[in-house]
Write a protein that binds this ligand. Structure first.
Ligand SMILES: Cc1cc2nc3c(=O)[nH]c(=O)nc-3n(C[C@H](O)[C@H](O)[C@H](O)COP(=O)(O)OP(=O)(O)OC[C@H]3O[C@@H](n4cnc5c(N)ncnc54)[C@H](O)[C@@H]3O)c2cc1C
Length: 459
C-alpha cells in the first residue's frame, strides 16, 4: 500500500492535518502513526493515593497518544500572533489568524459549542497593567477546559477513524526519502508514502533532532524558558480571570532587563507533573465543569533565556536545571513565597500550616538551590509587580512549584510552505520549533494539508 500522506504524530498538528486532508479530498489514502495510545486508553497512573508522583511510564499518557500533549490540557486555544509560536513569520499574520479561527470553528462543531471566548482587546486591565510597568498582550482565548477538550477529541476521532488508517503504539523509527516519496519504518515494517507530515511535538524532540541530522536538514536551537508555577487562592486573580480567563502579562526586570511573563493561567485549576523524556517538570490545567474546579488559580512565571554562539544546547541547559530539582526533591519542589524570601526551605509542616492547600503533591524544599540567581531574582521582582494589579500575589503562602521549563524544540529549516528541502516532507506543530501552542500547531496542520490536497488535485 502506498499512502498519499503519512502523518507522524497524532497531536493537534497531526489531527488537524488528517481532518483537513480528508475534508478536502475523501479519496486520499492517509495513515497516522502515533507512538502513544488511542484516546480512551490514555491514563496517567497518578491517582493521588496509591501512585502519588510520576513513575516514568514508557509511553507517557500526558504527553503522547491521540490528542498529543494537548489531550488533558486546559484546552486554551489562544487566537493571536502575539504568542504561541511564530507561524505568521512563514505564512503571514492574516493567514495565520484565519486558520486559527477556522480551527476554532471546527472545535465548536465537534463539541466545543457553548464554551466561552474571552478577549483582552479593550480591557480596562491593559491600562492598569501599564500603569504598573506590566504589559498585557492582546489575544482571544477559547477555553474548552480539560473535559470539553476531551469531548472534542473523541468526536474528531470518531469522524476520522473510518477515513484515515490509525496505527497506535507505533513509534516511527525512521523516515527516509525514496524514489517516489518517502519510506517510513516502524516496528520492523516499512510503509511508503508520497508525502510525509512530521508532527511529533515536544515528546518527539530528540527523535526530530536525530531525523534532521540523518536527513541533513538544518536546525537551530537557542531558547529555553525557565521558571516556576505559582498557585494562590482563586480570589486574588478573579478580577482578571473572570473577564479575560487567561492574561498574558509581560514584565521587564529592573535588575537585569530580562523579560518575565505569565504563562498558561488556570483559574480554579490544578497543578500537575509533566514528564518530558524522563525529566519531571510542572504544568497546570483546569476544568470547565464547576464540580471539578479547585479553590486555587495557577500560572507559570517564565524567564526567557536566549543563548548566543558558541552555546547551542538551550534545552540541555533547561534539562540540567530540571534535573537538579528532580535530584533534590525526587520530582517537583514546592516552596512558599514567604519561605523563599526569608531564605528558608519549606517543610511538610510549613506547607500544612499554609492557608493555600497545594493541588499537587510535591516535595517541600528550597527553590533557591535549584534556580539560577538571575532567573529567581526576575521571578521575585515579577511577583511584587503582579502584587500591584492583583494584591495578594506576594503573600507569604503563595506557593511556587519548580521547576517549570518551557522547552523549545530546535527550529527545523522549512520554507514558507513548512516544507523541508525534500519535496513532500513537511514538519509542523511544536516539533518544528515554529509553534508552541494548541492553536498554532493545529493551524500549521490545516495549512500543510490544504497545500497537499491542492497539489494532489492538480496531478
Ligand atoms: C499539561 C499541558 C497543558 C497544556 N496546556 C495548553 C493550553 O492550555 N493551551 C495551549 O495552547 N497549549 C497547551 N499545551 C501545549 C500544547 O499541548 C502543545 O503546544 C500542542 O499539543 C502541540 O501540538 P503538536 O501536535 O505539535 O504536538 P503534540 O501535541 O506534542 O503531539 C505530538 C504527538 O506525536 C507523537 N510522537 C512523537 N514522536 C513520535 C514518533 N517517532 N512516532 C510516532 N508518534 C510520535 C507523540 O506521542 C504525540 O502524541 C499544554 C501542554 C501540556 C503538556
Amino acid at each position: 500500500m502506498v499512502y498519499d500522506v503519512i502523518i507522524v504524530g497524532a497531536g493537534p498538528g497531526g489531527i488537524f492535518s488528517a481532518y483537513e486532508l480528508v475534508k478536502r479530498d475523501s479519496g486520499l489514502k492517509v495513515a497516522v502513526f502515533e507512538a502513544g495510545h488511542e484516546l480512551k486508553k490514555r491514563k496517567c497512573p497518578i491517582d493521588g493515593e496509591k501512585v502519588k508522583s510520576c513513575i516514568g511510564c514508557e509511553k507517557c499518557s500526558i504527553m503522547s497518544g491521540f490528542g498529543g500533549a494537548g489531550a488533558f490540557s486546559d484546552g486554551k486555544y489562544n487566537i493571536t500572533n502575539d504568542f504561541g509560536g511564530t507561524l505568521y513569520e512563514y505564512i503571514g499574520k492574516t493567514k495565520a489568524l484565519m486558520l486559527m479561527k477556522y480551527v476554532d470553528e471546527i472545535n465548536m462543531k465537534y463539541g466545543g459549542e457553548g464554551t466561552k471566548l474571552y478577549s483582552s482587546a479593550g480591557s480596562k486591565f491593559k491600562k492598569e497593567c501599564m500603569q504598573n510597568d506590566l504589559h498585557l498582550l492582546d489575544a482571544s482565548v477559547r477555553h474548552l477546559g480539560t473535559d470539553i477538550n476531551y469531548v472534542v477529541l473523541s468526536n474528531l476521532y470518531d469522524f476520522l477513524k473510518d477515513k484515515v488508517e490509525f496505527f497506535f503504539e507505533s513509534k516511527v523509527d525512521s523516515v527516509s526519502p525514496s524514489e517516489d516519496g518517502f519510506e517510513i519504518e516502524c516496528g520492523g515494517k516499512k510503509y511508503a508514502c508520497k508525502n510525509c507530515i512530521i508532527s511529533v511535538g515536544r515528546s518527539g524532540s530528540k527523535w526530530m533532532e536525530k531525523t534532521c541530522e540523518k536527513l541533513n536538514i538544518n536546525t537551530n536551537s537557542s531558547r529555553v524558558d525557565i521558571g516556576v508555577r505559582v498557585e494562590l487562592p482563586a480570589e486574588i486573580f478573579s478580577h482578571l480571570t473572570d473577564e479575560l480567563y487567561e492574561s498574558k502579562i509581560v514584565y521587564r526586570t529592573q535588575k537585569y532587563g530580562d523579560r518575565v511573563r505569565t504563562f498558561c493561567m488556570n483559574p480554579k485549576g490544578a497543578v500537575v507533573n509533566e514528564n518530558t523524556n524522563g525529566i519531571i517538570t510542572v504544568n497546570g490545567h483546569s476544568y470547565e465543569d464547576a464540580k471539578k474546579q479547585t479553590k486555587n488559580t495557577n500560572f507559570a512565571l517564565l524567564v526567557a533565556k536566549k543563548f548566543s554562539e558558541p552555546f547551542k544546547d538551550s534545552n540541555g541547559y533547561g534539562e540540567s536545571i530540571a534535573r537538579l530539582s528532580n535530584m533534590l526533591g525526587g520530582g517537583v519542589i514546592v516552596q512558599r513565597f514567604g519561605d523563599l524570601i526569608r531564605g528558608q526551605r519549606s517543610t511538610v509542616s510549613r506547607i500544612e500550616e499554609s492557608f493555600v492547600t497545594p493541588t499537587l503533591n510535591a516535595t517541600p524544599g528550597d527553590l533557591s538551590l535549584v534556580l539560577p540567581k538571575r532567573i529567581l531574582d526576575g521571578i521575585i521582582e515579577m511577583i511584587y509587580a503582579l502584587d500591584k494589579v492583583a494584591p495578594g500575589t506576594a503573600n507569604e503562602d503563595t506557593l511556587l512549584y519548580g521547576v517549570e521549563v518551557k522547552f523549545y524544540n530546535m527550529e527545523v529549516e522549512v520554507d514558507n510552505n513548512l516544507q523541508t528541502k525534500y519535496d513532500g516532507l513537511y514538519v509542523i506543530g511544536d516539533g518544528s520549533g515554529i509553534t508552541h501552542s494548541l492553536s498554532h500547531a493545529s493551524a500549521s496542520g490545516v495549512y500543510v494539508a490544504q497545500q497537499i490536497a491542492q497539489q494532489q488535485n492538480q496531478t
